[in-house]
Design a protein around this ligand. Structure first.
Ligand SMILES: NC(=O)c1ccc[n+]([C@@H]2O[C@H](COP(=O)([O-])OP(=O)(O)OC[C@H]3O[C@@H](n4cnc5c(N)ncnc54)[C@H](OP(=O)(O)O)[C@@H]3O)[C@@H](O)[C@H]2O)c1
Length: 312
């Protein structure tokens, strides 16, 4: 039996439940590909799942390999795979109900895999799928963002935020975002038009009405966001469903988005990267064996851009 290095959990809990160990290499079945992982992106959902927050929704079994952002090379093909071939350099946000990418190999459905951007390395490609698809599916699918609209993106310096700022700019929107002062230059360079220092200013007092709010924080920030929407505008959350009765009271719409794998959208994202319209910023790179440290850093909630595990 071939083995591989991986980072698994055998129970829910704090970072100490993460185990760096040898595990059996998975095999691709019909419609699936085996990908040799070069890099795996870290996302808050990784430690939320580790802590058991999504257990009612996802029904994972143990041992579970965490991590659902990957860039690597196609190493083997299951039967019926026709679009991809051996040696293709690919990236993916695979199905979150299955084993993830904190490992030397992962099996992914072909339908969830796209060719990675050719102009960036695997480390940067692994930073893109989950956060990039989230930004795409919130702004464009749920929000229907069009040129000339105004959008407020909370936490613009984070994994989702820094890609959402660039995608909204590319679409021709006026982009307003929130961040602490040390991230303002960073966000200006990514194209933000107005940046509110959430530590010293209440955003609802500084932001003129917007068409779309992208809520990446929930709680009090979501509650205060109703006030900045134009009539008929939309509050889109990726953290907790905004109550529809409150939306109705404000004369606006609401949506909750839980990102879905989408190879066609990943291919669009790759095209934007290769034409220099979108870039992934990677703040920290750590080896696979340091997944615990990577999750601890992510959990602090102040990552600029992304944290990525180097596997090769
Ligand atoms: N529903 C879905 O499908 C989906 C998909 C992706 C992510 N999510 C969720 O969305 C949330 C954000 O994800 P992420 O990957 O972007 O997180 P992240 O990268 O960890 O976000 C970190 C950023 O948040 C900023 N921040 C912290 N507190 C803030 C505040 N009060 N106001 C404004 N900015 C603040 C920090 O900037 P400063 O250092 O300047 O404070 C930092 O840059 C997470 O809860 C994640 O689980 C959901």
């Amino acid at each position: 039996m071939k083995t591989m290095k991986s980072v698994c959990i055998y129970s829910y809990g704090d970072p100490s439940v993460l185990k760096y160990q040898d595990a059996p290499q998975p095999h691709p079945r019909e419609g699936e590909v085996l990908v040799r992982v070069h890099a795996a992106g870290i996302n808050p959902v990784d430690w939320k799942i580790r802590e058991g927050h999504l257990k009612e929704m996802l029904h994972h079994t143990f041992p579970l390999v965490l991590g659902w952002d990957v860039s690597g090379v196609v190493e083997a093909l299951g039967s019926g795979v026709s679009r991809l071939k051996l040696g293709d350099e690919v990236f993916s946000r695979p199905d979150i109900s299955r084993d993830g990418a904190y490992a030397e190999f992962i099996v992914i459905k072909e339908s969830e895999v796209a060719l990675k951007p050719t102009t960036i390395d695997h480390i940067h490609a692994a930073a893109l799928p989950l956060a990039g698809l989230t930004a795409w599916q919130t702004l464009f699918d749920a929000g229907g963002l069009v040129t000339g609209q105004r959008v407020l993106i909370h936490a613009g310096a984070g994994g989702v935020g820094h890609l959402a700022v660039q995608l909204a700019k590319w679409k021709g929107a006026e982009v307003i975002t929130t961040a602490s002062a040390h991230n303002h230059d960073f966000l200006r360079k990514l194209g933000a038009d107005q940046i509110v220092d959430y530590k010293t200013v209440r955003f609802e007092e500084a932001v003129k009405p917007v068409d779309i709010v992208l809520d990446t924080m929930g709680g009090d920030i979501q509650e205060r966001s109703w006030k900045v929407l134009k009539p008929g505008g939309i509050l889109i959350s990726i953290v907790s469903p905004p109550p529809s009765e409150i939306a109705a009271k404000h004369g606006v719409r609401q949506a909750f988005v839980f990102i879905q794998p989408n190879a066609a959208q990943l291919a669009e994202i790759a095209k934007l990267v290769d034409t220099e319209k979108l870039k992934a910023i990677v703040e920290t790179v750590l080896p696979l064996s340091d997944a615990t440290r990577a999750q601890e850093l992510s959990e602090r909630g102040h990552t600029r851009g992304k944290i990525v595990l180097r596997v090769i």
